[in-house]
Design a protein around this ligand. Sequence first.
Ligand code: SAM
Ligand code: SF4
Length: 317
Amino acid sequence: MIDRLGRSITYMRISVTDKCNLRCRYCMPEEGVCKKSHFDMLTEDEMITAVEAAAALGIKKLRITGGEPLVKKNIVSICRRAAGVEGISEVCLTTNGILLPRLAKPLKEAGVKRLNLSLDTLDPQKYAYITRIGTLDDFWAGLEAAFDAGFEKIKINAVLIGGFNDDEIVPLAQLTKQYPVDMRFIEMMPMYDSGDFDEKAFIPCTNVLDHLPEALPAEQDGGVARLYRLPGAQGNIGLISPVSAHFCGECNRIRLTADGRVKPCLHASDEYSLKGLDFEGMKRVLEEAIRSKPAWHGDLDALHRSQAGRNMNQIGG
Ligand code: SAM
Ligand code: SF4
């Protein structure tokens, strides 16, 4: 469907749960999520009906995210059924990787095309700090499992945080020489409750290029990341700059939260509920949500927090 500003909306991100087995400081509070009634969340059947309704409006690509999608018990079934919906050409998934040793193969068999894994640091102590409860070895085991299951074009995402991992830009970028992966740096977005980061933590992605003078522009793939490549690398470096250089003019996406709210924009407070609706009802509400998609996400920096009204784990980053 084309929105009122002429943007073609073809991509839906579905947060299948707001729960997570980590507690990244920029994403969710230490105590985890408030327990919501089971009845408030979308059922698997409702999620699939939402995908069918979205596909009927021209959504072609899905990204399954969270929270941590792999903590959802029926994640393999959700992915398999979503991949089978007519009109859906690609189902991808974003994960912290921790549960991939058990789930990489079943997800591949279920039709998941590509994986994005999140990794902010190569230092085990810093990893334990930023995730509050994670172990870096578990990430590496997950990446290995993803390769073993036959996933290709894996992307690794790092949230760029001044004073935390800007001293690791070079070693993180060099992962593209060691592995056939893209390494993407994402500017940290100031969410509703995203931790105690001061102004210096919010740095622009252009800093990455200052540390990588040998990086050359690579062929762009139409996504939101600006792509570069190190000589001899097997994958690209991607810079994603929602704060310093927003890409709202080309935004092609909507989001669906685990409690059934369509968010036309990650950073706007507007939400449209699909909970309890049938296919026709969901299609109508999705249409309304797409029609209302704002022109841009508004100011976003250390002083202007996102108006989303939710943390990232409740939206699906
Ligand atoms: N749990 C999965 C993971 O970590 O990959 C999927 C959900 S997570 C919310 C999706 C992505 O959002 C991750 O790459 C994470 O680093 C990113 N993210 C979370 N909070 C963020 C923030 N405040 N600013 C920028 N990116 C953020
Ligand atoms: Fe969990 Fe992903 Fe948020 Fe980290 S970024 S707390 S892994 S949902």
